[in-house]
Design a protein around this ligand. Sequence first.
Ligand SMILES: Nc1ncnc2c1ncn2[C@@H]1O[C@H](COP(=O)(O)OP(=O)(O)OP(=O)(O)O)[C@@H](O)[C@H]1O
Length: 248
Amino acid sequence: MNPVLETRGITKNFGAVEASRGISLDLRPGEIHALIGPNGAGKSTLIQQIAGKLRPDAGSVHLLGEDVTALGVAERARAGLGRTFQVSALAMEDTVLQNAVLGALGARGGRVPLFRGALHDADLRATAEAALDRVDLLDSADMQTAALSHGQRRQLEVAVALTLKPRAFVMDEPMAGLGAEGSARLTRFLDGLRDEAPILMVEHDMDAVFALADRISVLVYGQLIATGTRDEIRANPDVRAAYLGEDA
Ligand SMILES: Nc1ncnc2c1ncn2[C@@H]1O[C@H](COP(=O)(O)OP(=O)(O)OP(=O)(O)O)[C@@H](O)[C@H]1O
């Protein structure tokens, strides 16, 4: 099957720091692919290049077979790349519905000053409500976003991403800031989301990684040292030495 998302030979240097060294990986239909690695390994740098926030020095990013390397964040989002962030990008003062409508407006290429009118736009509202329903937040549509739990905020971020009808998700530490119960709930939720669109996620929470990931890629000092199934990664001596071994 053709990959939905692919990087080919992504290379990025910050001065003498080789943050990405010729990284090639792919995301296949229906899968959750977790990217793990020690602090400073280059996970965020890679995700930012995939999302379009950083331009690689060399290499390319392909979405649905198209080379999107020259596109910015918003263009990639409109091309089908859904993204959630380590630090929430939600408007905390606004309601849950307003945040979702803002996402739907962005999908249409609208600008924020049109936002007030957008709330009364039946199509935008329907798109937003359908996305909220998908993440079980429709009952909370009129709540202020700040009143949501951390886990619900993650779900709202996914709803905002869903309004763009993503073909692939890129998630930066979705479990960050969640307690054990919140992580377990979000894990169940993401498990069902993979059928909507495959997910490439950076995650430090190994319980979540091993519960969810069909494949795991391990990044160390900017280099991909292994990609494989959970069992392959657990058994890989290089991975154990470089990374998982830290916990052994
Ligand atoms: N804008 C930047 N300028 C200079 N160096 C940078 C920049 N961004 C990242 N780096 C360096 O690149 C390397 C990779 O950093 P990156 O944040 O991608 O790692 P990470 O795996 O995401 O780490 P963490 O798990 O701690 O979030 C580090 O050595 C970091 O100091």
